[in-house]
Write a new protein. Structure first.
Ligand code: NDP
Length: 303
């Protein structure tokens, strides 16, 4: 069984970008990413900081616009409008979730499509499904890089995506389809999930339920990508999922939780050919792909 780590893939992606960034710099151009963070959700703040840090490490300019939770729709719209029209701004990222009074779809659609580095604007979603992608959402785009890196062929394969979010499940299905896999998308109303998943030679789990997929959900030799990131505090569950894994228990003792994927790693690993770990699998690729999209936005507009 191959453990498909994300870091070596992210490193290759970054190396590729370093050359492009250096070439732009020689022409006096520094690609820039502007993140908008509304409210004080602690997880969102962590993600935005990590994205800004990754930008700076690659030599991109990163700016975070922090708005209070009570920001009005007009105030947010004004900021997006200003960034849309600023020629120095290459990428705009609206960190989700927004506070409940701000309609997400409206603001995602307001971002200029050519600066939409998350790939959530309806125009970019449409282009992806038409098979001529411009900006592809970062997590599924990163997963395609991971599968390429580990030599997983997709043409003619049966692929099952569990989860149908706009951020992961749906764009993942579009990319697998474009790679000539035969794709099934399962979700919370899918009866007999195990039977559906067992048909997948490639399975992508993007659900957000700890260890939902077990040995009964995979066929021998399958390639499994675990997108889920779930905080688990329950010691009994951790002991069941990672028997004899002292490090996990130490982490649980010190932090009070451990991060668990949607796939029961210990149960699934002996059955399948390849599996991503959590953490350390898909996670590192999401940010690397955001950097790639930002550089691409810069090249498309100013290249
Ligand atoms: P969402 O909550 O938006 O979507 C979850 C999907 O899972 C929905 O389509 C839902 O179905 C489906 N689902 C829920 N319960 C079940 C079930 N019991 N059986 C089958 N399907 C089910 O989540 P996201 O797509 O945003 O994220 C999914 C996971 O991936 C989360 O753990 C998230 O933290 C993680 N993630 C990780 C990233 C990374 O970089 N590593 C990046 C993005 C996400 P329905 O539509 O019917 O409700």
């Amino acid at each position: 069984m191959q453990t498909m780590e994300g870091k070596p893939v992210a490193d290759v992606l970054r190396q590729r970008l370093e050359g492009q960034v250096a070439a732009l710099r020689e022409r006096g151009i520094v690609p820039s990413l502007h993140a908008i963070l509304v409210g004080d959700d602690p997880a969102s703040a962590v993600y935005v900081r990590a994205k800004a840090k990754a930008c700076q490490e690659l030599g991109l300019a990163a700016q975070t616009h922090r708005l209070p939770a009570h920001t009005s729709a007009d105030e947010l719209a004004d900021l997006i409008d200003r960034l849309n029209h600023d020629p120095q701004v290459d990428g705009i990222l609206l960190q989700l979730p927004l506070p409940a009074h701000l309609p997400t779809a409206r603001f995602l659609a307001q971002i200029a499509p050519e600066k939409d580095v998350d790939g959530f604007h309806p125009e970019n979603v449409g282009l992806l499904w038409q098979g001529r992608p411009r900006f592809v959402p970062c997590t599924p785009a990163g997963i395609m890089e991971l599968l390429r890196f580990y030599g997983v062929t997709l043409e003619g394969k049966r692929a099952v995506v569990v989860g149908r979010s706009d951020i992961v499940g749906k764009p993942m299905a579009a990319l697998l389809l474009q790679a000539n896999a035969t794709v099934t998308v399962a979700h919370s109303r899918t009866p007999d999930l195990a039977q559906v998943c067992r048909q997948g030679q490639v399975v992508v789990a993007a659900v957000g339920r700890p260890a939902l997929l077990g040995a009964a959900h995979v066929q021998p030799g399958a390639v499994v990508v675990d997108v889920g990131v779930n905080r688990v505090e329950d010691r009994t569950l951790v002991e069941r999922l990672f028997p004899g894994d002292g490090e996990r228990l130490r982490e649980l003792n010190t932090k009070g939780y451990t991060l668990v994927g949607d796939v029961a790693f210990g149960e699934v690993a002996p059955v399948v050919a390849a599996l991503t770990p959590v953490p350390g699998g898909v996670g590192p690729l999401t940010i690397a792909q955001l950097l790639a999209n930002t550089v691409k936005a810069c090249l498309l507009r100013r290249g």
